[in-house]
Structure formats: structure tokens, C-alpha cells
Design a protein around this ligand. Structure first.
Ligand code: CA
Length: 232
């Protein structure tokens, strides 16, 4: 099994460290943040596959951080709380948390829940199936055939342009940094100028957007990167 990256945001240092070590032992790659602000920064840097989020946190509290993460990503968020009354709050606020666990909990139970969430998530957003045909309002992408159609007319994209578009469109609404896009398309071991991504995105926009300066499909998320918006 590949090692999944999870983010733990917990201000109780001892508990945070304990969870960090426990998940590491279970084969996860763990990133630890001690407050909400650091949690957000690390989330955007690492794009973990799951976030384990304490509710009472300094700087940005867990509920607010959950809301922010939900606006940027569909990764599972599992909330940890010291009070069972918080659970009602999580539910009533509709923050989009996927699961919650009340402290104290057994690490074994937590790991089981985390694994269940990751299984569900990776099943939903699994890597591109080779025969997949992605369809968004006027835009269609033939993943296997490297073809793109705009209102039924084929658009000519260079290979890397196609691969960037396919990558973003396979994860609608998920924000990617230029570094992540570069790694996904050119590979981990390629060295190159990160600005290449910017240049390619501009070219893609010129080809698929009605108004490239007001893009409909590939949106710029200021200070972070890009996301694909397949909305109508
Ligand atoms: Ca706390």
C-alpha cells in the first residue's frame, strides 16, 4: 500500500505527538500542526488525503478551519472533540466534517476510522480510469484518447497542456499549487521552472476559455494555485 499523507491539527502537544507517532507506526506519512493557522498552511502545502482536526485550537479554531478546508477541497475531515456536546454543534453547523470522535478515544479506534474514511475517499476520487470520459457543460475530455472537445469541436492541446487539464479536471474544485501540478504532470524527479506551469495554464486558457482573462474552467486561487471548476 502506498503511504497516505495525513494532517493532524492538535494543540495539546503530547496528544499530537502521540497520534503522530501512532499513525507513523501504522504506515502513514504524518504532518503535525499545533494551531489552526499552521494547520491551514500545512494543509495547502501538503494536500493530505485526510485531516484530523481538534476543535478547540488557537488562532483558527477547528470548526472554522474545517469550513475553510471544505471550500478548497473534498478530503475527509475527522474532528476530535473533548466534549460530546461539540458533536451536536458540528452536525448542526453543517461544516462538512466526515466523522468525529470524542476524547478520550483509543488510538486503535481512531486508526480504524481514519482508514475507513481514506478508503471511501480514494474510491471516490481514484486515479483516472484509462477509459474515462470527463464531461463538464460545454467541455469534454477523453482521458485515454488525449482529446478535448469544446461544444463538440475538438480543441488542439499539446501533450503537457492536455495532462494538466486532465489532472485538474479529474479533481474538480480541489486547489493545487503549481508545485503539485508540476510534480503530477512532469514527475517527481524532473527539475524545471515552476513558471512552466503558469505558461501552460495560460495556453490552455487561450484554447478552452471564451474569455481567458476571466476563466470559466481553470480558476486561479490567489496565493495558492489553481482549481478546475466544472460548474455550468
Ligand atoms: Ca485543543
Amino acid at each position: 500500500m502506498e503511504s497516505y499523507k495525513i494532517l493532524i491539527v492538535e494543540d495539546e502537544k503530547e496528544l499530537g505527538q502521540l497520534l503522530h507517532d501512532y499513525f507513523k507506526k501504522e504506515g502513514f506519512e504524518t504532518i503535525l500542526a499545533f494551531d489552526g493557522e499552521q494547520g491551514l498552511t500545512l494543509f495547502q502545502q501538503h494536500l493530505p488525503v485526510l485531516v484530523l482536526l481538534d476543535i478547540m485550537l488557537p488562532k483558527i479554531d477547528g470548526m472554522e478551519l474545517c469550513r475553510i478546508i471544505r471550500n478548497q477541497s473534498t478530503v475527509p475531515v475527522l474532528m476530535m472533540s473533548a466534549k460530546s456536546s461539540d458533536v451536536d454543534k458540528i452536525l448542526s453547523l453543517g461544516l462538512g466534517a466526515d466523522d468525529y470522535i470524542t476524547k478520550p478515544f483509543s488510538p486503535g479506534e481512531l486508526v480504524a476510522r481514519v482508514k475507513a474514511q481514506i478508503r471511501r475517499y480514494t474510491l471516490l476520487s481514484s486515479p483516472i480510469k484509462p477509459d474515462e470520459w470527463l464531461k463538464f457543460s460545454s467541455l469534454e475530455i477523453d482521458s485515454k484518447g488525449y482529446r478535448v472537445f469544446l461544444k463538440g469541436n475538438q480543441v488542439d492541446l499539446a501533450t503537457k497542456e492536455f495532462e494538466i487539464l486532465r489532472y485538474l479536471a479529474s479533481h474538480p474544485q480541489q486547489v493545487f499549487t503549481r508545485e503539485q501540478i508540476f510534480t503530477a504532470v512532469w514527475g517527481q524527479n524532473e527539475y524545471g521552472d515552476i513558471n512552466t506551469v503558469t505558461v501552460h495554464i495560460r495556453k490552455i486558457r487561450e484554447k478552452i476559455e471564451k474569455n481567458p482573462s476571466k476563466p470559466h474552467f481553470i480558476k486561479t486561487v490567489w496565493g495558492v494555485g489553481y482549481k478546475f471548476d466544472g460548474g455550468s
